[in-house]
Design a protein around this ligand. Structure first.
Ligand code: GLU
Length: 512
């Protein structure tokens, strides 16, 4: 089936800069639904132009996460296809050519501003109460002046000439007509001084070259869309149709954040949710099935029934209790008993996991049941945390919470959460907080992960549980300890700035 004249082609374009986010899964599902309903293609394009933040491990995890959901993409870096390469870092030559074309045709220009110049500009513009951060001083340089600077080898970026007056008008498939005053838009950098494109240039060039017909993405990108619309005009290309989906919100109504809730797809997989239930759950968000009682349905049903007019403008609440309810519905009604056993086996006792766990327990058990007594925390979500367990005798509850908060922040600085990282971070926390590693940090850390003070070697256990579960347990423990108040958040920030954490430690009975 065709949608209009062209074959429908949608894509997700994740940047591999972190754990596979539930928001990426959510967008993948909607782009997939859209394409498959209209008999079109769904692509995966890797937007890895931010070289300092992109990592191959993150890219591999995106594939793993989407594969786990059972969503298949027709073209992509690891699938190939007629419009490749599908990884932006392999397409930089293409973007440079298009940037040159824009310069030649008067739509873009070279800007030679130094970092210092930009900083000064920002200050002046702010004082004048302007919203922009760049005063367009290189927009009208003469050709001779440009040539002179190029001959001198001055570094430059390429900027887009944004119209100086009027509004950008475009239609959003969900929100309707949108009007954006050009006044509020800066001359966007298209090509950085290292020759790499910014998101805006690469995204537009690729969506055009890859013949994307519908761009379905999160609402956070809507303020970029005027720049994209302008770029399509400058190139003389037809723009795709835009659909900006409501952002996933936590039950507090705020944007999902990994500082508060697990946001990695792997967390939900590793916490024992069925992929069918998880996919179903994500489709409940951002889509209205008004008039239909049933909230449990398969992806196939939704592909058949999908109607873009039903995409919602707001209200995508990511409520884990709803997910649990849905998962239970699947367990009761949709999963035959043999499959349930297979699912539990696969989740709990995978060979991969057991190969790592067994060596840790072999010399520590007398009989098989002791395996479960020792390792129960590997198979449970509720590990029975309590304030008492988490607070060593010598510390206040508040200090324990701050110590855990800083420890988690330290973990976040690493890409690999392996045994060595857990060990060295835990020791360095003890040193910096000026407390005993064995007597203070280890008991808190142990309890956070296992709900007990004994068990198999802790750092290895953390590595087996993985980043997402470890992070979630830290958040849960901090929560049990009463969370971090605004005041304590400030104290923590000050301690970081001074690199002096000892002041955060209050011994019991002492006043802060
Ligand atoms: N690279 C962007 C992201 O990380 C793509 C946004 C878009 O879909 O245009 O989500």
């Amino acid at each position: 089936m065709m949608y209009g004249m062209k074959k429908v082609r949608t894509r997700i374009a994740p940047s591999p800069t972190g754990d596979p986010h539930v928001g990426t899964a959510y967008m993948a599902i909607y782009n997939y639904l859209f394409a498959k309903h209209f008999g079109g293609d769904f692509l995966l394009r890797v937007e890895d132009t931010d070289q300092s933040r992109s990592a191959p491990e993150y890219e591999a995890n995106i594939y793993k996460a989407i594969e786990w959901l059972g969503i298949d993409w027709d073209e992509g870096p690891n699938r190939g296809g007629p419009f490749g390469p599908y990884r932006q870092s392999e397409r930089t030559e293409i973007y440079r050519e298009f940037a040159e074309k824009l310069i030649k045709e008067g739509h873009a220009y070279r800007c030679f501003a130094t970092a210092q110049e930009l900083e000064e500009m920002r200050l002046v513009l702010r004082q004048q109460g302007k919203r922009q951060g760049y005063d367009r001083r290189y927009r009208n340089l003469s050709e001779a002046e440009v040539k002179k600077r190029l001959d001198e080898g001055q570094p430059y970026v390429v900027r887009l000439k944004i119209p100086l007056t009027g509004n950008c008008e475009f239609n959003d498939g969900i929100k309707g007509p949108i009007s954006f005053p050009w006044q509020d838009v800066d001359d966007q950098i298209l090509l950085k001084s290292d020759g790499f494109p910014t998101y805006h240039l690469a995204n537009v060039v690729d969506d055009h070259l890859m013949e994307i017909t519908h761009v379905i993405r999160g609402e956070e990108w809507i303020s970029s869309t005027p720049k994209h619309v302008h770029l399509y005009n400058c190139f003389g290309w037809e723009a795709p149709e835009f659909y900006h989906m409501p952002l996933l919100l936590g039950s507090d109504g705020k944007k999902l954040s990994k500082r508060k809730n697990p946001t990695s797809v792997f967390y939900y997989r590793d916490s024992g949710f069925l992929k069918d239930a998880f996919v179903n759950f994500l489709t409940l968000m951002g889509y209205s099935r008004e008039g239909e009682e049933n909230e449990v349905y398969s992806l196939e049903t939704l592909i058949k029934e999908f109607d873009p007019a039903r995409l919602r403008k707001s209200g995508a609440i990511f409520d884990v209790r709803k997910l649990e309810w849905l998962n239970q519905q699947y367990l009761i009604n949709n999963i035959p008993q043999e499959r349930l056993w297979d699912e539990i086996k696969g989740w709990a006792f995978s060979d991969e996991k057991m190969r790592k766990l067994i060596p840790l327990v072999q010399s520590r058990i007398k009989t098989f049941p002791e395996f479960f007594e020792l390792c129960d925390f590997m198979f449970r979500t509720n590990i029975g945390l309590s304030e008492e367990l988490l607070t060593p005798k010598s510390l206040t509850v508040e200090s324990s919470a701050l110590l855990l908060q800083q420890m988690l922040a330290d973990f976040e600085a690493f890409t690999d959460w392996d045994r060595e990282m857990f060990e060295s971070t835990s020791k360095s926390i003890a040193e910096r907080f000026g407390v005993n590693h064995k007597k203070v940090v280890m008991p808190i850390f142990f309890a956070t992960i296992t709900g007990k003070h004994t068990g198999p070697p802790l750092f290895d256990s953390c590595a087996i549980l993985g980043r997402d579960i470890v992070r979630a347990r830290f958040l849960a423990a901090i929560n049990i300890l009463g969370g971090i108040s605004h005041k304590n958040q400030k104290r923590l920030e000050e301690a970081r700035a001074r690199n002096d954490f000892a002041s955060l430690i209050a011994k019991k009975g002492a006043t802060v």
